[in-house]
Design a protein around this ligand. Sequence first.
Ligand SMILES: Cc1cc2nc3c(=O)[nH]c(=O)nc-3n(C[C@H](O)[C@H](O)[C@H](O)COP(=O)(O)OP(=O)(O)OC[C@H]3O[C@@H](n4cnc5c(N)ncnc54)[C@H](O)[C@@H]3O)c2cc1C
Ligand code: SF4
Length: 489
Amino acid sequence: MPDPNGFLRYERQLPKRRPVPLRLMDWKEVYPPAGEELIRDQATRCMDCGIPFCHDGCPLGNRIPDWNDLVRTGNWESAIESLHATNNFPEFTGRLCPAPCEAACVLGIADDPVTIKQVEVEIANHAFARGLVPQPSPVASGKSVAVVGSGPAGLAAAQQLARAGHSVTVYERDDRIGGLMRYGIPDFKIEKDVIDTRLAQMEAEGVVFQAGVNVGVDITADDLRERYDAVLLAAGALAGRDTPETPGRELNGVHLAMEHLVPANRIVAGLQDTTPIDAKGKHVIIIGGGDTGADCLGVAHRQGAASITQLDQYPLPPEARTGIKDPWPTWPLILRNYAAHEEGGDRVFGVAVQEFVGDGNGNLTAIRIAEVQVQRIDGVRTVVITPGSERELRADLVLLAIGFEGTEDQPLLSQFGLNRTRRNVLDADRNWQTDAEGVFVAGDMHKGASLIVWAIAEGRAAASAIHSYLGAAGELPAPVRSDSQPLSV
Ligand SMILES: Cc1cc2nc3c(=O)[nH]c(=O)nc-3n(C[C@H](O)[C@H](O)[C@H](O)COP(=O)(O)OP(=O)(O)OC[C@H]3O[C@@H](n4cnc5c(N)ncnc54)[C@H](O)[C@@H]3O)c2cc1C
Ligand code: SF4
């Protein structure tokens, strides 16, 4: 039984981030591990609220009050078991999830919510440090599954299927396994040995990884159909949104965010096969205020940019939840400050780029922006420019972090006879199965660019559907909220 007064004794507290000057000198994670005492105190703030909403806020349905109480009483072994029952990779979500669970924490109505995500990552760290990560050895089913794509969706499905006794091979186009977590998300958010440790654990439980294999090119859809009883497509939503209509887009110095992040992260990984877009000494403008933009910001700081300005089309959001517009327990539309913002740079809200300005020799020197309002006119999202508000900002490098436009059009789709929807993703209307028999889909490739926690949830749900499709005995657990519905962060 949780301590009902814990929140009266302890305030919400996170471990202190490493000092900015220090962390700008390296690429290591911003947060150091928390001490055990701090985590116990924080778990003790979970207040036995009767009807908890936090696990409903979590797309995985994590049993948060249960493991909070187990940590409070020092029962780490059971906490590890309870957490892994619903989440394959708490070491990923504990570092990277925006924690919609905390927005739904009952304590958050009148106080600061419990540091659920921090407790989660510490349970995961304990599991690896003490060799307590679940490692089942199931009876072989005689069935085989190919997974295309090694992001969190593909990995979660692969682990679930392997644990059900199926023989699983994960194919990945990149030279290393991990999806966007490998070369998309910088090390200061997740150091790559965290992924490698998990991959070693998965290999030990029988998952086979084949990196450097582009399905549809190096191996065909027919090859997969011949070799496997079912296929899961989890190839992400990596088609970057561009702004081709903006004058000057072709100038040297205007790039998509991923053209900046991927080479930078490959260099950090010790690979020398790429030329980074180096921000050193440059005046950098990042267009887009989300996760990707914040990652470009942190990378540009570490590369030694002269100045960095991040632009957002939307007005400055409020710092705290407003009751009517953003009532508890919904995910609030408030100002999100990432660790990279603490490291420097300016943010400008309510503006949009009108032109990339060149020096006459094809090189970027500035951008022209205008103040705007984003409105719905006749149901259509419209950007309305404020007359006379245009101005120029100096720029040597512009990074477009304005989102993704679904999954790429690539040969594997036509080989499987699959068409993308209007949102450029794949439908999974037949219980996670696409229009192609025995071919399933999960993660961003189905949901559109989203979050790691959703990718894991979808991977688990698709694995459960594949298990039934294969006619295997018993059921595989799937998250309650596999509907991909109300909460989209
Ligand atoms: C810069 C950035 C930062 C982000 N930060 C966060 C964050 O902090 N927190 C968070 O929750 N989410 C974050 N996200 C979103 C998150 O990374 C994704 O939602 C998640 O990785 C999706 O998982 P997935 O498994 O569906 O696909 P992905 O992780 O995209 O993996 C798909 C994989 O499929 C591979 N593939 C594609 N085609 C083929 C093929 N033909 N053959 C073989 N392999 C193929 C790709 O190479 C890729 O590795 C971020 C996204 C970006 C871009
Ligand atoms: S996965 Fe995300 S939403 Fe779920 S408990 Fe962890 S931090 Fe919260």
